[in-house]
Design a protein around this ligand. Structure first.
Ligand code: TYM
Length: 334
């Protein structure tokens, strides 16, 4: 059977998007829209698994759409919408809550990290969050899911849920097995302050990340302060691997300049990290600040952003309703 290829991915509207979101996921979203039908979702229902101020949440949804557009997503090619506006996400999530197993959710490392020692106080939503993510993907029968490495385990769970649904309801191949598309070298951009932690919106220090809205001065300051190494840049990857912060900077430089790590090490070996930092700031300013300017400009026209969401919701809802009709039938709901 020939599978119709369909891409789905989501981004949480929790404020400033950063270089990790961009290199790990969104840049890939933009490339994929040239090849396949794509659906990109601002996952506001995921965001409220942790308390969000209502007004701020609305602002953040609009800012995330603005960021999608500013990075090159084209609403005429891809469907862009927010999750809560298509009620099928919540309905399918409930059905999948009944397919997914508690033992599977207990293995999710992201819940353990996010809930920390306060597990008993975490919302139930945070615990079953990966089932909602499976619903997002399966609602559209998506075949490809571009994400960073931190979402790999959730994607594996989505596949387990799809497989169990197909088995339980005796409908082989009803849900396709969604394939993760994880970039090779930038699947996990690390914090600028600690090379063992991923770059994240939730880390306290803003110096740990480059935000898409950062100015040239902020980028220069953050890269200057970024942790690196007191020794000179080595000529081989093996030596660099022992220095996670330095490796992260080289990796970002290699991705943005589209030069292989070996080529970058050839160019840089024997030099001080200050040399790399100057070059890295330059390429980051070129790549990121035009996006930041565009985000700020788009945020000046919230009516337009609302229209993009409305059009996207209408298109997404047609696919979702058609699939839900079949899903309800399979489950025996009338
Ligand atoms: P979120 O909002 O945390 O992140 C959005 C995307 O950015 C990637 N990412 C990174 N990639 C590389 N390095 C980093 N430091 C980094 N930080 C974040 C994430 O892997 C993600 O691809 N649960 C998801 C959103 C979601 C979703 C979905 C994704 C909801 N439903 C269905 C795919 C399909 C999340 O919280 O992503």
């Amino acid at each position: 059977m020939i599978k119709k290829k369909l891409v789905f991915s989501g981004v949480q509207p929790t404020g400033n998007l950063h270089l990790g979101n961009y290199l790990g996921a969104i840049k890939n979203f933009v490339a994929l829209q040239k090849e396949m039908k794509c659906i990109y979702c601002v996952v506001d229902l995921h965001a409220i698994t942790v308390f969000q101020k209502p007004h701020q949440l609305q602002e953040n949804v609009l800012e995330t759409v603005a960021s999608f557009l500013a990075t090159g997503l084209d609403p005429n090619k891809s469907i862009l919408f927010n999750q809560s506006s298509v009620s099928g996400h919540a309905e399918l999530a409930w059905i999948l809550n009944c397919v997914s197993r508690i033992g599977w959710l207990n293995r999710m490392t992201q819940f353990k990290d996010k809930a920390g020692s306060e597990k008993e106080k975490a919302s139930v939503g945070l615990y079953i969050y990966p089932n909602l993510m499976a619903a997002d993907i399966l609602l559209y029968k998506a075949t490809h899911v571009p994400v960073g490495a931190d979402q790999k385990q959730h994607l594996e769970l989505s596949r387990d849920i799809a497989q169990k649904f197909n088995n339980d309801f005796n409908c082989k191949n009803f849900f396709p097995m969604p394939e993760p598309l994880i970039p090779k070298n930038v699947s996990r951009i690390m914090s600028l302050r600690d090379g063992t932690k991923k770059m994240s919106k939730s880390e306290d220090s803003d110096y740990s990340r480059i935000n898409l809205k950062d100015s040239a001065d902020e980028i220069i300051k953050k890269i200057k302060k970024a942790k690196s190494d007191s020794e000179q840049i080595p000529d081989n990857l093996k030596s660099l691997e022992k220095k996670p912060e330095a490796l992260n900077l080289i990796n970002i430089y290699s991705e943005i300049t589209k030069n292989s790590l070996d080529k970058v090490l050839n160019e840089m070996s024997g030099k001080e990290y200050s040399f790399l930092k100057t070059k890295l700031s330059e390429v980051l300013i070129n790549e990121v600040t035009p996006i930041g300017k565009e985000i700020k400009k788009l945020l000046g026209d919230k009516v337009y952003l609302g229209q993009i969401l409305k059009k996207g919701r209408e298109k997404a809802n047609i696919i979702a309703e058609e699939n839900l009709k079949n899903i309800r039938e399979k489950v025996g709901l009338i």
